[in-house]
Structure formats: C-alpha cells, structure tokens
Design a protein around this ligand. Structure first.
Ligand SMILES: Cc1ncc(COP(=O)(O)O)c(C=O)c1O
Ligand SMILES: C[C@H](O)[C@H](N)C(=O)O
Length: 345
C-alpha cells in the first residue's frame, strides 16, 4: 500500500472518523429495509429537523456533485440561469453536472472579493439583461464556507436574501464545508441557512468525517416535490441507504460533526500562524475556516512536491491550498512547516 501519511491536499483525503465508523458498524448488525425505509435514515432525517429547528425535507446522495446538481435542477427550469461566483465548485469542478442535471440551466459567473458573491454583483447580473433571448436568472448559489476558505457573514447572507426576495430568486447553498462555517461563525445552523433566506442546503458528510454521503436539506418543502424521483433517475437512491444515514447519525448524535470542524479550523489557524512567521510566504485570502491559501515561490512548490507533499495549486501561479481535516495532527503540520522553512531558506 502507498504511504498513507496525512496530506494537506484536501479533507477528501481523510479517512472515516470513529463516530461515523461506530454507527456504520452498528447499522451493519443484521438486515434492514432498503432504499431509505430503514430506521437509521428516519432517525438521521429527524435529527436534521431538530438541528435546523424546522420541518425540513431531507435526502441523501453519494457525493456533493450529485447533491449540488440535483438540488439546483429542482430549483429551476432549463431556460433559467444560476448565478454563482467565478470560483464556485459547481462551475470549476463538477464537469457540467449542474447544467446537465437541469437540462441546460446556464451558470452565470460573478466576480467577488475572497470568493464571495455580493448583493451588488448579483443585482448587476440580474439587471444586465431581461430580454427573452437571455436565460432568466432564477437561483443564487453560494458556497459556505467558500472555495477560498472564507465565510459569508450573517450580514452578507441577509443582503443576499434581500436581493433574492427583490428578484424572486431561490437560494442554494453548497455546504461542502458547512460544518466548518458553523464552527467559524458560532451561529446556529438555522441562523446561517433558512433564517438567512437559504432554500436548500447541500450538507457534506464526506469532508466532515464520513466515507461518503451528503444530505440535501430543503427548508422549503414545496421545492422538494418529487425530488426522490429525481434522485432515483440520477442513480442517487442508495439501496443500502443506512450506510449513509447511520454514519450521519453518528456525526450528529455525538456532536462529532461540529467537533471535527472545530478541530480542522483550529489546525488551519495554527498552520496559518506558523506559515506567517516564514519570510517569503504570503497568505492569499483571510483564513476563516479549514483552508490556508498561500503564495509560494515556484521552486519552493517543486521542492515540497519532491518531498511528496500533495496540495492543490488551482488558485493561480504560485497559489497553494493547504486543507486541514478532522484528523489533522500538530506533528504533521510541524513537518510541513519545517519543509517549507527549509525550502525557502
Ligand atoms: C466546495 C465544494 N463543493 C462541492 C464539492 C463536490 O463534492 P464531490 O467531490 O463529493 O462531488 C466539493 C468537493 O470536494 C467541494 O470542495
Ligand atoms: C477541489 C476539489 O475538486 C475538491 N472539491 C476539494 O476541495 O478537494
């Protein structure tokens, strides 16, 4: 087997946290009804309704791309468009799945500082064209925490809510790192979702300590009509759904979902502080969740790769993302910091 030392490439690299694994093993005792008709799925869905303080509709998919693309398809018709940030994952890394699942809804890209849409950038797109030849804006998609490791504040979410209401737009939240945003903001899940105008949240379990599995949470039940059929048709209805919902229940009932996110955020804060002490390292965006984006000289990047460090460099020349996870250790961070120091020296 290859070297399984922890990497800072992505929280997708991490294994399953103990709580998720324990509940998975419990669910493995004996047989259970298939296709979501099991007690684990019912309990997990009920727990989400308790956590978000609302009678929301909950669905489970295998991954985030499916969650995003299917939920967006539920919010708009093929002749509509979805406004998202130019660095949004639904634009950069889902291979056109949102457009495919919606039969053609166009993504309209907006700039914005630190990876965030603003009410102004949204309004300028909505008002730019209103003629029949242009796909009518219908959905705003925001990522919380963002692809650049930043977090929408409550004030920013409310400004976006006001624009959405002004122009009758729905709001989708890509919550690949939603737990990290909750941990960073110290606000309730309800406050940073439906109370701030979010209609549907794709809450990622994969990056939060599960093997796989996302929860799609419709705060507006009307929008979930027949969504189960959409999931089935897309191959996202798990026959042994208990092996997605039980680990979710493990994260929720034990509080590990928030504990894991807090740990990842705290590790990123430590990593950022240590990197800031190295001459030649430039922090690219405010570190507000579990990712640290730094600018490094090209030969330093190559030196780190030669030492078998793995990381994403999708953010321009010299841009590097270090992502912390539920199982990140100080020892491993110190190894990375030492190698960066030696490479720069
Ligand atoms: C911001 C964001 N959204 C969505 C996804 C999609 O998740 P998946 O790779 O499981 O399709 C990812 C993947 O890591 C992501 O980083
Ligand atoms: C960028 C890559 O697609 C993955 N979503 C990640 O964040 O690691």
């Amino acid at each position: 087997m290859s070297n399984n030392a922890e990497q800072f490439a992505s929280d997708n690299y991490s294994g399953i946290c103990p709580e998720a694994l324990e509940y998975m093993l419990q669910a493995n005792l004996g047989s259970a009804p298939a296709y979501g008709n099991d007690e684990w799925t019912q309990k997990a869905a009920d727990y989400f309704r308790e956590l978000f303080e609302i009678d929301c509709e909950v669905f489970f998919t295998f991954n985030g791309t499916a969650a995003n693309s299917l939920s967006l398809a539920a919010l708009c018709q093929s002749y509509h468009s979805v406004i998202c940030h130019e660095t949004a994952h639904i634009e950069t890394d889902e291979c056109g799945a949102p457009e495919f699942a919606s039969n053609g809804s166009k993504l309209l890209l907006a700039p914005g500082e630190n990876g965030k849409l603003t009410a102004q950038s949204i309004e300028s797109i909505v008002t730019k064209r209103t003629d029949i030849h242009f796909p009518k804006p219908k959905v705003i998609s925001i990522t919380q925490s963002t692809e650049l490791g930043t977090v929408y504040t409550i004030e920013e979410l409310w400004q976006i809510k006001e624009i959405a209401q002004k122009y009758q737009l729905k709001v989708h939240m890509d919550g690949a790192r939603f737990a990290n945003a909750v941990a960073a903001m110290n606000k309730s899940p309800a406050e940073i979702t439906w109370k701030s105008g979010v209609d549907v949240l794709c809450f990622c379990g994969t990056k939060n300590g599960m093997a796989l599995g996302e929860a799609i949470i419709f705060f507006n039940r009307k929008l979930a009509e027949d969504f189960d059929y959409r999931c089935k048709q897309a191959g996202q209805l798990a026959s042994k759904m208990r092996f997605i919902s039980a680990p979710w229940l493990g994260l929720l009932e034990t509080g590990a979902w928030l504990k894991n996110a807090r740990h990842a955020n705290q590790c990123a804060e430590y990593l950022e502080n240590q990197l800031l002490q190295i001459d030649g390292v430039e922090i690219m965006f405010p570190r507000e969740a579990n990712a640290v984006f730094v600018k490094l000289p090209e030969q330093v990047i190559q030196n780190l790769k030669d030492k078998h460090w793995q990381f994403y460099t999708f953010i321009g020349v010299g841009g590097v993302r270090f992502m912390c996870s539920w199982n990140t250790t100080k020892a491993r961070m110190d190894e990375l910091i030492k190698d960066v120091q030696e490479a720069i020296a």
